[in-house]
Design a binder for this molecule. Structure first.
Ligand code: FAD
Length: 286
């Protein structure tokens, strides 16, 4: 099934993300976690693509297994370190496996990456190539707090416009911890005529390592309410997990109540976190 048909439906959608292992030895444990999340029968599931493309086969393998489990998968695909013929092979492989949805990404530019002779510079180039290949529903990434490389939000939204013109039918957001940031962003999209559905990406922050990572690398505004939870419960793993799930749940309920009908949870291969969130909103999803 095409993801655009799921998120355009009247019912609120709740979807989850998994990421593939870096090493083959961990494939089975990732698959077990994926299967447990799939048992929750989410609206769809996304499978990320390893930076640099090293684990691309696992992305397709996990997405195929999701299909067999009756869950619609989105395979992420990033292009910055790929050649055009490699992308064509990957697209053929995804098509043969019956995968119908791709999140078209550029990928991060790592320190020291050789940027001469790149065949792709932006996700929009990949989107148009996938569109020309045919048969896929294409999504793209968007950034309510602007992408760190964009000079301002106008430039950021101009790039999103190109992505949409080149074939992206929906946009999935980077995580955010203050819903007003998303509402303002959606207003700016609307004003600039970007009218594809937006899937809100929510990250339940459930442990101290995640918090440190978010604080050190992201541009996210961290509201006082969120920081107080971290101060109070950050050193107590079980309490932090409960508080992080509650915070994410509140965000999700507020999003649905304000008409954002598609929510994607960055569930980080954690079936218990995915199940707790789904359970918290079971009546809302009905
Ligand atoms: P782009 O859309 O190409 O944008 C990158 C920058 O270039 C932005 O500043 C944009 O404004 C600018 N830009 C775009 N087009 C133009 C243009 N035509 N002219 C001038 N400037 C332009 N990474 C992975 O490696 N694997 C994943 O699975 C993965 N999944 C993700 C899922 C989501 C929902 C999100 C939000 C991010 C994900 N990422 C993933 C991270 C992503 O690869 C990085 O954020 C990367 O830095 C940008 O990717 P993009 O597709 O948004 O790039």
């Amino acid at each position: 099934m095409k993801v655009i048909d799921i998120i355009k439906g009247e019912k609120p959608s709740l979807s989850f993300e998994v990421f593939p292992p870096k090493l083959s030895a961990n494939f089975e444990s990732v698959m077990q976690a994926t299967a447990k999340i799939a048992e929750l029968k989410p609206s769809f599931m996304s499978v990320t693509y390893g930076a640099g493309g090293g684990t691309s086969k696992y992305t397709a393998d996990i997405a195929s297994k999701l299909l067999n489990m009756g869950v619609t998968p989105i395979a992420h695909l990033s292009c910055i370190s790929s050649k055009r013929d490699e992308i064509e092979l990957l697209l053929s492989d995804l098509k043969e496996r019956g995968i119908e949805n791709i999140l078209a990404l550029r990928g991060d530019i790592s320190d020291g990456m050789d940027r001469t002779n790149l065949e792709y510079h932006y996700a929009s180039e990949l989107a148009s190539e996938i569109r020309d290949f045919g048969g896929f529903c294409i999504g793209g990434a968007c950034y309510p707090e602007t992408h760190p490389e964009s000079r301002n939000s106008k430039e950021d939204i101009d790039s999103l416009k190109i992505k949409v013109e080149n074939g992206c039918e929906f946009l999935t957001t980077q995580m955010f911890f203050d819903n007003n940031i998303l509402y303002n962003f959606m207003y700016r999209l609307y004003r600039e005529g970007v009218d594809v559905p937006v899937v809100a990406g929510i990250m339940p922050v459930t442990n101290a390592a995640q918090i440190k990572r978010i604080c050190s690398i992201s541009q996210n505004v961290l509201p006082q309410r969120f920081l107080r939870l971290v101060d109070r419960y950050g050193e107590n793993p079980e309490a932090m997990k409960q508080a992080g799930i509650a915070y994410a749940t509140e965000q999700i309920i507020d999003l649905y109540a304000n008409g954002v009908n598609a929510v994607h949870v960055y569930s980080m291969n954690k079936p218990d976190v995915a199940a707790a969130i789904q359970n918290n909103i079971s009546e809302i999803l009905r």
